[in-house]
Design a protein around this ligand. Structure first.
Ligand code: GLU
Length: 305
């Protein structure tokens, strides 16, 4: 496996030149566009990796499936579906998913910013601090890494350049989809996006989702199997932004990308995959990362279709 990963990584490295690092906040613009790494954790617990797989980066939108899991654990599927919806929007992650007059949960889903902001308000806790701590604990458990924390510089950058997300949150509030204080909810969202991870952590999260909610090594259950079906289905249709359809054709597995360059992929019953490649396409997905997943999918027949 390691040899295969090394070979595919070298083959795909030139694709890093076809993308650009995210620069919507100054802190992310410092990313290394040439970096590329992959980490795989198989269902039998074997690890394999290649390239820049232990470099830390911010999880960004890859936190959305974790937010969804926390919201499902706290509220159940019926309530979450009613509040956040499940239909693909076909629009960019930070789009204003509102028509001229109306915005309701049918216009959003858990993988776009509006849905993620609503999910922050669904997490249980007496304060937003406590809610975030619970999310961080779940992230650590899923990632198999108790040391995971927040990149404070990215968090501050997100918070001070967050006008678009503020606009989205106020629209949600105006349309009655958000009850709590907008700044408090957003603070939780910005911190969630700024959680630091590496390819290994993302592969581990993917492995739990591929293993129907059980940790890969101990087989200990973190969430019910029905929730992995829920999350994987939403990832399949909405996880790769408005590039989810093409990704389904090219790779064919549930996955979530983030503008920090991460991709977390789930191959049901077989493996979790973590990718790092900060050079992004126009939709916000890692160009070389997608190519690497496409090649791995071809070599190992990973597509679920
Ligand atoms: N913090 C980013 C935002 O909300 C996350 C974007 C992403 O990774 O899709 O703008």
């Amino acid at each position: 496996m390691e040899e295969l990963l090394e070979r595919l990584l070298e083959e795909c490295r030139p694709f890093t030149g076809k993308g650009r690092v995210a620069d919507y906040i100054p802190e992310l613009a410092k990313g290394d566009p040439d970096a590329l790494g992959i980490y795989v954790i198989g269902s039998e617990g074997k690890h394999a990796w290649a390239g820049d797989c232990r470099r830390p980066f911010t999880i960004q939108s890859v936190v959305k499936p974790i937010l969804l899991l926390q919201a499902l654990l706290d509220n159940g599927a019926e309530f979450v579906t009613r509040r956040v919806g499940v239909e693909a929007t076909g629009k960019p992650f930070d789009a204003i998913n509102a028509g001229d007059q109306a915005l309701d949960s049918g216009n959003i889903n858990p993988m776009v910013n509006m849905g993620a902001i609503v999910m922050c308000s669904l997490i249980y806790g007496r304060s937003y601090d406590e809610r975030f701590q619970r999310l961080l604990e779940l992230t650590r458990r899923l990632a198999g890494d108790g040391e995971i924390g927040v990149d404070e510089a990215v968090y501050r950058s997100e918070k001070s350049h967050g006008s678009k997300n503020r606009a989205l949150a106020y629209l949600l509030k105006f349309h009655g989809l958000l009850e709590d204080d907008v700044e408090e909810v957003l603070d939780c969202y910005f911190r969630a996006c700024s959680i630091q991870a590496d390819c290994r952590a993302l592969a581990h999260i993917g492995a739990v989702l591929s293993n129907r909610g059980r940790l890969p090594a101990s087989n200990e259950r973190v969430f019910p199997a029905a929730m992995s079906r829920y999350v994987n289905a939403v990832l399949m249709t909405c996880g790769m932004y408005d590039g989810s359809g093409e990704f389904a054709l090219r790779v064919g597995v549930p996955a979530k990308s983030g503008v920090g360059g991460g991709i977390m992929a789930v191959v049901p019953t077989r493996m979790g995959i973590g990718i790092f490649g900060p050079a992004l396409d126009r939709k916000g997905n890692s160009v070389a990362g997608i190519r690497l997943l496409e090649r791995l999918s071809q070599e190992l027949y990973l597509s679920i279709f």
